[in-house]
Design a protein around this ligand. Structure first.
Ligand code: UDX
Length: 461
């Protein structure tokens, strides 16, 4: 690669930023990763990833070894170093409303704008309400000694946790939200190796680029809630949502991805993004256009309540004093992220009804303990299920899929299981004497192998 490559900074080194910084270094750029959290920076600089993400530790080691990646807490250093600055800080849900909390984004853009003294491009990657990039453009150009020379672009990121490296290096598409040809050229240079693979590029205005991200996440959330709404219909009619999902997935126009019924979506993106989108639409006076996202949210939350109902049913109608083994705490497998995790929410509701809950997650116990210290946490699957009255599968880790129903059965007090993720072999469990229940399926439903797409499978690392 040419020596006059743009130098890159990545501000914010969470799931998105740390992965982006590592991948940009692997693509041949000199990269400086910056975060206000010095413990995170120390870990990354010493080659350790502060969260669980398959494949990332190896890639971090490779990037550090290349000499092209380093980390710092110093924004002055970032301003002096970078030609293209990627802002990857979080936009969590505000404490007191459904809106996105933009304080970290505003601080990062303003902090850089005050310090940058030569022409540079600030690129937002965080998920933000439509109109934020336009507002930030005026903000940074007012603050900056460079005025309009300091340009801003938006480049939304679609990476999924558990697939972060692959999604960053080989995305389905790139979106460049720009206001000038110069800004487009900078992004084209930075993403050249990815574009050269034939990745489609959409060049758009700032508002469209912001909207692509929230529209994509809203669509995915809607697809999941759609099949989960059908699960509710199945529960009332005796139909089987697994067979239904399989039949729908075979229609190419519908497809099977994100059509997996169960406990529903959680995490740091989908739930807060649909809420922030609704909130922004209200502000814009077009609330009706996306009011259906309120239903999407409600359907999703009702799955959690229904899961608790099934556990209570299996326990004989009352949860007080019942020993429940809760398998999983992360919002999905191959992640240690418990933000808005359906699993943890169900465990909490069971606990509040008086159950004695033993949670086990292969990676997320520590994060879960921080959020809900009152639950019991087990160090292994067998410890969690020992003497359980009911087992409930909440996150479909491979370890739980692979568990032997007989071996588990030897440990529990009663062989009763609720499969909150349609991940287990119903026939096998019944054969081994378990009472098996799953959301949206009749009490005696048999095994249905939901069609999985290899693009949704994490490769063994
Ligand atoms: C999501 C988007 O997929 C990604 O493009 C964006 O950049 C960030 O938000 P992520 O939050 O990592 O990524 O998780 P994702 O794989 O989308 O799963 C979200 C939730 O939906 C999980 O809780 C998962 O268990 C649930 N889900 C997913 C289902 O319940 N059914 C499905 O069919 C698919």
């Amino acid at each position: 690669m040419s020596t006059n490559n743009p130098r890159i900074t990545v501000i914010g080194t969470g799931y998105l930023g740390a992965t982006h910084a590592v991948c940009m270094a692997l693509l041949g750029f000199d990269v400086l990763g910056v975060d206000v959290d010095s413990s995170k920076i120390d870990l990354l600089q010493s080659g350790r990833v502060p969260f669980f993400e398959p494949g990332l530790p190896e890639k971090l080691a490779e990037a550090l070894d290349s000499g092209r990646l380093r980390f710092s807490t110093d924004l002055d250093e970032a301003a002096a170093f970078g030609d293209v600055h990627f802002i990857c800080v979080g936009t969590p849900q505000a404490r007191d409303s459904a809106a996105a909390d933009l304080r970290y984004v505003d601080a990062a853009f303003a902090g850089l704008a005050e310090r940058i003294t030569r022409k540079a491009l600030l690129v937002g990657k965080s998920t933000v309400p439509i109109g934020t990039a336009a507002r930030l453009t005026s903000l940074v150009q007012t603050i900056s000694p460079l005025g309009p020379e300091l340009e801003l672009a938006w480049n939304p990121e679609f990476l999924r946790e558990g697939f972060a490296v692959a999604d960053t290096l080989h995305p389905d598409r790139l979106v460049f939200g720009v206001s000038s040809e110069w800004a487009r050229e900078q992004l084209a240079r930075v993403f050249q190796p990815i574009v050269d693979e034939g990745t489609p590029v959409i060049v758009a205005d700032l508002a469209t680029a912001e909207l692509v991200k929230v529209a994509a996440n809203s669509f995915l959330a809607t697809k999941i809630s759609y099949i989960n709404a059908m699960a509710e219909v199945c529960e009332a009619t005796g139909a089987d949502v697994s067979l239904l999902a399989t039949a729908l997935s075979l229609d190419d126009r519908i497809g099977g991805r994100f059509l997996k019924p169960g406990l529903g979506f959680g995490g740091g993106c989908l739930p807060k993004d649909i809420r922030a989108f609704r909130h922004r639409a209200e502000e814009l006076g077009i609330g009706q256009a996306v009011s259906f996202l309120g239903e999407v949210d409600s359907i999703n939350i009702r799955r959690r309540v229904r899961t608790v109902d099934l556990v209570r049913e299996l326990a004989g109608g009352d949860l007080s004093g019942v020993r429940v083994a809760a398998l999983g705490a992360a919002f999905k497998p191959n992640s240690d992220d418990v933000r808005d995790a359906p699993a943890l929410d169900v465990a909490r509701m069971l606990y509040l009804e008086g159950a004695s809950v033993s949670v086990y997650d292969p990676q997320a116990n520590a994060n879960a303990h921080r959020v809900f210290p009152d639950l019991n946490y087990a160090d292994s699957l067998s410890e969690s299920v020992r003497d359980a009255d009911v087992v409930v599968l909440l996150t479909e880790w491979q370890e739980f899929r692979d568990a032997d129903p007989d071996e588990l059965g030897a440990l529990v007090r009663y062989r009763r299981i609720v499969d909150g993720r349609h991940a287990l072999d119903a026939d096998d469990y019944r054969l081994k004497g378990w009472e098996y229940r799953a959301l949206g399926r009749p009490a005696q439903s048999g095994t249905v192998a939901l069609r999985l797409d290899r693009r949704d499978e994490v490769a063994a690392t």
